[in-house]
Ligand binder design. Structure first.
Ligand SMILES: O=P(O)(O)OC[C@@H](O)[C@H]1O[C@@H](OP(=O)(O)O)[C@@H](O)[C@@H](O)[C@@H]1O
Ligand SMILES: [Mg+2]
Ligand SMILES: [Zn+2]
Length: 186
């Protein structure tokens, strides 16, 4: 059996791009300064890059799954164009009590549930203990904890950092841009 790979699990809104609130249009998708360079460095360090994003805007009827896919395709190409190939993209379109019936469910993929991370672990043979989760919310840290991710990293580029979020994190850093150096420092 092939060796397991360490991964960086990446939250999207507030971590990779500015969280303008339920971002679903290219014009509104703005990479946070330094994040693409950080992803390039993390790739070179041997990490698989796996996006795990809650997209309840779909269940809320704010945008469709098709619109999400179009934006995701554009994002994926924009990154590939800068030598950053994402190894996996996982999203949760669900919400309990959602207005859109199709997506109304208590699923196991909406963070803080660990479903997206566990699916990636299985598909990509990820070494969870050697992996990192980077996110801007408590729920990102909780999902990582439940999935057995080794290091939980909270960033200050998204929602305001809460005491609970900070307590659940192993590291709190200003931005994803700082992660490669922080990992090298150990
Ligand atoms: O940060 P990730 O997981 O990539 O995506 C989160 C987003 O889907 C949205 O999540 C919402 O939370 P609720 O889904 O309504 O709890 C709000 O925080 C929005 O501002 C945000 O855009
Ligand atoms: Mg986020
Ligand atoms: Zn879900």
């Amino acid at each position: 059996m092939a060796n397991k790979v360490p991964a960086i699990f990446l939250d999207r809104d507030g971590t990779l791009n500015v969280d303008h609130g339920y971002v679903h249009e290219i014009d509104n998708f703005q990479f946070i300064d330094g994040t693409i360079e950080a992803l390039q460095a993390l790739k070179k360090m041997g990490f698989a890059l796996v996006l795990v994003t809650n997209q309840s805007g779909i269940a809320r009827g704010m945008f469709t799954e098709d619109q999400f896919m179009q934006l995701t395709e554009w994002m994926d190409w924009s990154l590939a164009d800068r030598d950053v190939d994402l190894d996996g993209i996982y999203f949760c379109p669900h919400l309990p009590d959602a207005p859109v019936e199709e997506y109304r469910q208590q699923c196991d993929c909406r963070k803080p549930q660990p479903g997206m991370l566990l699916s990636a672990q299985k598909h990509l043979h990820i070494d969870m203990a050697a992996s990192y989760m980077v996110g801007d919310k408590l729920e990102d840290m909780q999902a990582a904890q439940a999935a057995g991710v080794g290091t939980k990293v909270l960033v200050r580029t998204g929602k305001p950092v809460t005491a609970e979020g900070e307590a659940a994190a192993d590291w709190v850093i200003d931005s994803l841009a700082d992660l490669p150096e922080r990992i090298k420092k150990g």
